[in-house]
Design a protein around this ligand. Sequence first.
Ligand code: FAD
Ligand code: NAD
Length: 473
Amino acid sequence: MNTQADTFVETLVIGGGPGGTPAAMALAQSGRGVMLVEAGQGLGGTCLFSGCIPSKIFRETAFRRHEAARASEFGLGNTPSVLPEVNWSTVQSRRHRILAQRSGGALAKASGLKRLEVVFGRARLTGPRSAVIERAGEPIRTVQFETAILSTGSVPSPLPVPGADLPGVLDSDKLISIGFVPESLVLVGGGPIGIEMAQIFAQLGTKVTVLEAAPRILGPVDATLADLLAHHLTDFGIALETGVKLTKIDGVEDAHQVHYTRDGKDHSVNAQVVAIVAGRHPNVAGLGLETTAVKHGPHGINVSETLETDEPGLFAIGDVVGNPMFAHWATAQAHAVARHILGQPAAFPRPEHNSAVIFSSPEIGMVGLTEEAARASGDKISVAEYDYRIDARAQITGETLGRLRIVYRDDDHRVLGIHVLAEGAADLMGEAALAVRNGLTLEQIAASIHPHPTLTEAFGITALSALAQPPRG
Ligand SMILES: Cc1cc2nc3c(=O)[nH]c(=O)nc-3n(C[C@H](O)[C@H](O)[C@H](O)COP(=O)(O)OP(=O)(O)OC[C@H]3O[C@@H](n4cnc5c(N)ncnc54)[C@H](O)[C@@H]3O)c2cc1C
Ligand SMILES: NC(=O)c1ccc[n+]([C@@H]2O[C@H](COP(=O)([O-])OP(=O)(O)OC[C@H]3O[C@@H](n4cnc5c(N)ncnc54)[C@H](O)[C@@H]3O)[C@@H](O)[C@H]2O)c1
């Protein structure tokens, strides 16, 4: 095998997802010599190619189809509309087009930076300051560096259950690439992927079952909101089975039987397609960590508060560091670590300020602590609630299933967490993130003028009504 002579770079970034790409660009923009190595088809990582973006492209189609059936409610036609037929190949072509546009845009932006070289290939560390880059049909490149950022993301976790490795049993990557809308689908796992996919396919006409091991779906989400959503999913016809233990999957390509126990009793469910969406684990395989002092476990690579690994000068960010696994979290870590490497003051993101959206229908948005986590901290806390059934905007759009929950400290009224179930919650989370990150109080939220009629009015109304309550004795 040919080997190219050594290249020296100041920083090597391994992995071009929402963690690695912005880190490499921020460093290069500040004049540091950077090489960004990506093993996949383009820049964008899991988020772009098999995660956030494709799943939301599918959601858009599913949601619009579902909405079309409600046209007569809004005075369009006199009878409930016939559900539009799904042209799945158009949906998949649309996905490919958006992906190509976004990865092309990222590459063009990166290529415009003089100090950044983007290399497509697989990187493997060969020591604390060296790596090789391999790409089929090309000479191996060897690289030496001063610092490196490991941002290799995560991969779907397989389940140790007989039949889970049958060729027809999919993971989320394969479900995203599916060539047809299945008649029936079993999703093993009721986390964000399982719930988003359940609703997407149910709205496209698939008979969906979700098998979740825990007593409820969406474990880390506010329990009241997760419960409201679970009832809504069940009303829609999705079978939600919680507290299950998967025992076996049987079947051939197009017909599967999933066996499980619940409360000691045996059950089974048939489906054309089975997808295992029961979590992801950090991607460290083949990265050559054994040639360095970097330590890692099932949770991911061990890092300090400044995201430095046990090998000084080697940093790790994003999914490869473990939970939480979100694109915006990886990007926030990227910016902080880039500033740190540049010797600038850096605010490393803190879990209690993180935000997330589950793209269910209605969406669930969350920032900061849940009620349970806030109470566990020992502070006296209260929760101010708002029911979107009374909301002007929600009544206008006809999407009145919703709840806002503001978790705040009793003594100084500081807001610790904001949790929203509402169609449109995703775009309310900017205000929520600002409030929690900056330690705003109910008084400050109540004093902010919220435009009418919008879903965000609820923030002001809820803060005002909590302040109008008599103080707790
Ligand atoms: C179905 C699904 C839906 C999701 N939806 C959302 C959502 O709506 N919002 C959200 O915030 N998050 C969502 N996520 C999570 C989100 O995709 C991840 O948290 C995010 O992509 C993590 O970014 P990262 O840069 O750490 O890793 P990744 O995006 O996984 O990127 C890692 C990159 O490293 C490359 N790589 C790996 N090994 C090597 C190597 N040895 N050499 C070179 N390159 C290598 C990979 O090819 C990959 O491109 C979703 C995930 C899934 C699976
Ligand atoms: N909207 C978003 O931001 C979004 C969307 C999708 C995924 N993600 C991220 O991607 C990551 C992976 O998502 P995920 O939903 O696969 O993982 P997850 O770990 O969040 O949820 C997995 C679910 O599967 C269940 N489970 C585990 N083993 C099981 C078994 N044997 N049988 C039945 N159920 C089992 C778990 O109890 C859990 O509820 C998450 O960390 C999430 O943050 C984010």
